[in-house]
Design a protein around this ligand. Structure first.
Ligand code: ARG
Length: 568
């Protein structure tokens, strides 16, 4: 039951105001002591020709104790404060959340609408950068959030698998590549020969390496069999490594169509832009001038006729529009690429594609590690697998010390170690730079995934100890302050999910679940559940609340891509 709607209805009958006006005016007081909801009477002052405090007092007197939903009312200043009947509210909320199960907080607002979430998008033959992990954490969570709201979600991995650098890589491979060595450690070895290419090209310009690379890329673009086979090989072995990371993270994609997929779809883009008179020459290149927006022109064709990153992105957007008829097309890509997205979205708008307004760049900040720029830790590259494995190994150490009897330690350490990392990326407003730090990531008592996972496991252990007690008829005839605060928070889950989708900010869910765990801990620390002497009815209500709290913690963590464990 929607208590706000109920109160709005009541207010409608006593004030004669429109329902929508009332609903939009109802507030949640800043302090629980001021009630559960409040209605400011200032909107009525004009028509009723009375001072708001007088009106508030009149309304309060008419509604106080008038029914079993509104426990009591109070007039303070120009506000009517409503205090729900706690038993009713708790019983209703817990019953509804239990019934909804894993759908609690969800809705069907997205029915029939497709949301594309593009995220991760690493570059083949290059290490998976920590920034790609940030994108993966945010994108994976957004995909789950939209799904929870009933949208049809398609996850896309726009692999960086095309461009002149593949000419260089092919040249390097043909000169120095050793398949046996590469197969053992593909990405690092490919990176090595790629770096060598640049060194040699600089040291020995007489070798003409740059020209050779351009020639190879040209062959690749023309579909030459040998170069295409090599490119495929690089792509396949890179994907095997990326997929290992995705498996550990529990992340999946519906499509791995990368930049290469659009290489034959760019001529159409150039033609469209040309037809619309949008292309101008600049130093031999064809560009779309954006000077009226005070941003650099968007290059469509380079002076040698080659297309670039931006052209491929425009082709990809049109392809997505045709293939998916999307409601929203979301790009989870680091904030340094904000200008690139402004450029391509502007070009698309000028091409007359109104749907360009449904394309959204969702940016995120930089990652540091213990105050240091992460990319400096191992020379120039970040070994993502190291970070993941370290998190899992450290978690294992903690479990070994604190709870050596944990069943299936390996699996538990993995879920907690991975969860700790994902949580950290989703802890703050995504635009904020983040500083990874093991101590806070794995602080079981602080703002961390392990803290939330631990709360869940505590709840599950209480339920196991309760054995077969049937609490389906819990009546909530007594509701303590801690229980009430927890129930109210459980009731607010839907708002958090909607907010997160509205702003494309998983951190609303992160904050929600952290507060939920905190309120849950406060509740079971202050309210005995299975202790001897606890009244049978009270015991049932508390068990029902534990059960529903666990379920909501699990669902909310799930929206962040974080798994729970039954024991820890
Ligand atoms: N591969 C790119 C990089 O690593 C990110 C791709 C972002 N997506 C896009 N549609 N441009 O920087």
């Amino acid at each position: 039951m929607n208590f706000k709607a109920y109160i709005a209805d009541k207010l409608k009958s006593v004030t004669g105001l429109e329902y929508d006006v009332i609903e939009s005016n109802i507030e949640t007081p800043p302090d629980d002591k001021m009630g559960d909801l409040a209605f400011p009477c200032f909107v009525l002052a004009k028509t009723m020709r009375k001072a708001p405090p007088v009106i508030a007092k009149e309304i309060s007197e008419r509604l106080s104790g008038s029914d079993e939903i509104i426990g009591r009312t109070e007039a303070t200043g120009g506000y009517v404060n409503f205090f729900f009947n706690r038993s009713k509210f708790a019983a209703e909320t817990v019953r509804a959340a239990a019934k909804a199960g894993e759908n609690h907080g969800g809705s069907d607002m997205g029915k029939g609408k497709t949301v594309l979430v593009e995220y991760s998008s690493p570059n083949i033959a290059k290490p998976f950068h920590i920034g790609h992990l940030f994108s993966t954490a945010v994108g994976n969570s957004l995909a789950k959030i939209y799904k929870h709201l009933g949208y049809n979600v398609v996850s896309l991995n726009h692999l960086g698998d095309w461009g002149t650098q593949f000419g260089k890589l092919i040249s390097a491979y043909k000169r120095w590549g050793d398949k046996d060595v590469i197969d053992k450690d593909p990405i690092n070895e490919l990176l090595k020969i790629y770096v060598k290419f640049h060194e040699e090209a600089e040291k020995h310009p007489e070798l003409g390496l740059e020209d050779e690379a351009r020639e190879y890329f040209k062959r690749l673009e023309d579909g030459d069999a040998e170069t295409t086979d090599l490119w495929k090989y690089f792509r396949d072995i890179s994907l095997v490594e990326f997929k290992r990371v995705y498996d550990t993270l529990g992340v999946e994609f519906d499509s791995y169509n990368g930049e290469a997929f659009y290489s034959d779809k760019m001529k159409e883009i150039v033609d469209i832009l040309d037809e619309k008179g949008l292309l101008t020459e600049s130093d031999g290149a064809k560009v779309v001038d954006l000077s009226d927006m005070n941003i650099p022109p968007c290059i469509i064709l380079k002076s040698n006729g080659a297309t670039i990153y931006a052209t491929r992105d425009i082709a990809a957007a049109l392809y997505r529009r045709r293939t998916y008829d999307f409601y929203k097309n979301i790009y989870v890509v680091g904030t340094p690429q904000a200008l690139h997205f402004r450029q391509i979205f502007s070009v698309m708008e000028r091409a007359g594609w109104e749907w360009s307004r449904d394309c959204v760049h969702v940016g995120f900040g930089l990652v540091r590690f213990d105050g240091q720029n992460l990319s400096t830790r191992h020379g120039n590259v970040v070994f993502l697998n190291d970070v993941l494995n370290e998190s899992i190994a450290k978690t294992r150490e903690i479990i070994e010390k604190s709870n050596p009897d944990t069943p299936d330690k390996e699996d538990t350490a993995k879920k907690i170690g991975v969860g700790a990392l994902l949580y950290t990326f989703l802890k703050n407003n995504r635009e904020k730079d983040i500083d990874l730090n093991w101590d806070s990531m794995l602080d079981f008592d602080g703002e961390s995934a392990p803290y939330c996972q631990y709360s869940y496991a505590r709840g599950k252990s209480i339920l196991r100890r309760a054995g077969g007690i049937d609490f389906s008829d819990a009546d909530f005839s007594e509701v303590s302050d801690e229980e009430y605060a927890l129930v109210k928070h459980i009731n607010d889950f839907g708002d958090a999910v909607k907010n997160a989708a509205d702003k494309n900010e998983p951190f609303y869910i992160n904050r929600y679940v952290t507060n939920l765990a905190r309120l849950f801990n406060r509740f079971y620390n202050a309210n005995p559940i299975l202790k001897e002497g606890v009244d049978e009815n009270v015991k049932k209500s508390r068990l029902a609340l534990v059960d529903v709290s666990c379920s909501v913690i699990k669902t909310a963590l799930g929206l962040l891509g974080i798994e729970t464990v039954e024991t820890m």
